[in-house]
Design a protein around this ligand. Structure first.
Ligand code: GLC
Ligand code: CA
Length: 523
């Protein structure tokens, strides 16, 4: 029997930006609850909600000050419980975000830890002595500024380590008491019915015990992200990370049908090790390769082939086109690629994760300098690293605040231009819209085992076309995606009926693929 997280579609919600229910310009949990009917109509099987826990919001919730409560900006604990219940009532699973690598510097654990060197929680974080000359313990760099990742604590005369902001001190997973406390935080939500966790930068959770220096990156050049100056053999994906994965998996396995999704950016050969040698680690280590490859039929074909070849026996694939850390798909590529991008995501073998707004073809917003929110953009301006453009409010309708919040309220990030046409209301009334296309693809995927469970074979295709077959016993489909803006003849080999086109019509079976057209043929 297949698991729900294999056959289903995951939909990511960035709660600040989905729906504001109380006119403060920031999305919240009651807002998500209001929109669950829409998600049910769309046909998603699970939602992953980015962090909503109490937080000083230095990194917009990825700096957690309490893992078992809800920030007042987002609602209350009972809103979280209601969200779980209301999602379940609609047959939608619910996945929360667990920030395992670091906490906020305002978390009570860290306040205790930094209070004195002999505090029992001192060792819950990564503290180290300076070098004899007073400088940081080693050369490790911070992700958000490319400067030393070590912060000096005047009072106790030691440094603490933080991969991200100084306000996000790194947890020490080698400490058994901390570990037990964090695993209990998982149980807290599992006990309340949460169906799984997305694990924030899980592959960074363990660091080299000897704190050895990272070596320089030979490919780095000035003008690139300063953090990339060093390679990271000692700060991510170290051998003990697999022990960490198993600690979390054991807790998930105390419950029925729970899922662990890891945020992991690594080459395939290392990525797939996070499934575990006996599939006893993470169920779905995120595959971000579609984001990083050049968007051509040939590159995407080799991404799929390389990934499938690397997957161990019994490991279930997954694909992602965008998230709250990446510029939106149609802005990274081109708006005319959106339809085949969505069709690819929803017809490949493996669990797709759809980022909110992708289903309507949302594009990056323009963020004027005085509206910049992301600390990364503030620290390293102008390199395009900032993540505000892909976090603009969900576009529900053509009213002045796009239905995200009330007219006259300033949303926390500006509404992206184009929202008067790119919005749910408008697209629901347009039979050939991206939204209606996405919904049809989700339906097709649901209705056909070949699409949600079947095998997959890459096919030969003309230049600029990506084609593959999906099959189960008694059912075969061919997917053909034209990446180029030209008519291209494509023959599926056997006689096939076109059952779907991204143009939302049914062209004659032997007609050439139209510019940027995706088709599904039933063989
Ligand atoms: C992950 C999150 C990102 C956050 C970072 C630090 O990469 O996706 O948004 O800033 O971790 O928690
Ligand atoms: Ca609100």
């Amino acid at each position: 029997m297949a698991h729900w997280w294999q056959t289903g579609i995951v939909y990511q919600i960035y709660p600040r930006s989905f729906q504001d229910s109380n006119d403060d310009g920031i999305g919240d949990l009651p807002g998500i609850i209001e929109r669950l009917d829409y998600l049910q109509w769309l046909g998603v099987d699970a939602i992953w909600v980015s962090p909503f826990y109490p937080s000083p919001m230095k990194d917009f919730g990825y700096d957690v000050a309490d893992y078992t409560d809800v920030d007042p900006i987002f609602g209350t604990l009972s809103d979280a419980e209601q969200l779980i219940a209301e999602a379940h009532a609609r047959n939608i699973k619910i996945i929360f975000d667990l920030v395992v690598n670091h906490t906020s510097d305002q978390h009570p654990w860290f306040l205790e830890s930094r209070s004195s060197r002999d505090n029992p929680k001192r060792d819950w974080y990564m503290w180290a002595d300076p070098k004899p000359d007073g400088s940081p313990p080693n050369n490790w760099l911070g992700h958000f500024d490319g400067e030393s990742a070590w912060e000096w604590d005047e009072a106790t005369e030691q440094y603490y380590y933080h991969t991200f902001l100084a306000e996000q001190p790194e947890l020490n997973w080698r400490n058994p008491e901390m570990r037990a406390a964090m695993l209990d935080n998982m149980r807290f939500w599992f006990d309340r019915g949460v169906d799984g966790f997305r694990l924030d930068v899980s592959y960074r959770a363990m660091k080299d015990a000897e704190l050895r220096d990272n070596p320089p990156n030979p490919d780095w050049e000035p003008g690139m992200d300063p953090f990339r100056r060093l390679l990271e053999p000692h700060t991510r994906n170290i051998p003990e990370i697999h022990t960490f994965n198993k600690w979390l998996r054991e807790v998930a396995d105390e419950y029925e049908e729970r899922v662990l999704i890891g945020e992991i950016s690594l080459p395939f050969e290392e990525l797939v090790k996070h499934y575990g040698e006996n599939n006893d680690e993470l169920h779905l280590p995120f595959n971000f390769d579609l984001i990083h490859r050049e968007w051509t039929a040939e590159e995407i074909r080799s991404s799929i082939a390389d990934y499938e070849a690397a997957l161990p026996e019994g490991a279930w694939p997954n694909y992602v086109l965008g998230n709250h850390d990446q510029h939106r798909f149609g802005s990274r590529t081109a708006p005319e690629q959106i339809r085949i991008g969505m069709m690819l995501l929803l017809t490949l073998r493996g669990t797709p994760t759809v980022y909110y707004g992708e289903e309507i073809g949302m594009l990056d917003g323009d963020i004027p300098l005085n509206r910049v929110q992301d600390p990364w953009e503030k620290n390293v301006p102008g390199l395009g690293l900032g993540r505000d453009p892909e976090r603009t409010p969900m576009q529900w309708d053509a009213s002045p605040q796009a239905g995200f919040t009330s007219e006259g309220v300033e949303a926390w990030l500006p509404i992206a231009s184009g929202y008067t046409t790119i919005n749910v209301n408008n697209e629901r009334s347009e039979p050939a819209s991206i939204l209606m296309m996405t919904r049809s693809l989700i339906r097709l995927r649901r209705d056909h085992a070949a699409l949600h469970l079947g095998g997959q074979t890459l096919l030969d295709a003309p230049e600029g076309v990506l084609a593959y077959e999906r099959q189960v016993e008694g059912e075969r489909f061919v997917v053909a995606l034209n990446f180029r803006g030209e008519y291209t003849a494509f023959a599926a080999g056997d006689e096939g009926n076109i059952v779907f086109s991204t143009y939302m019509d049914l062209p004659p079976a032997d007609s050439p693929l139209r510019p940027h057209e995706g088709r599904l043929l039933r063989i």
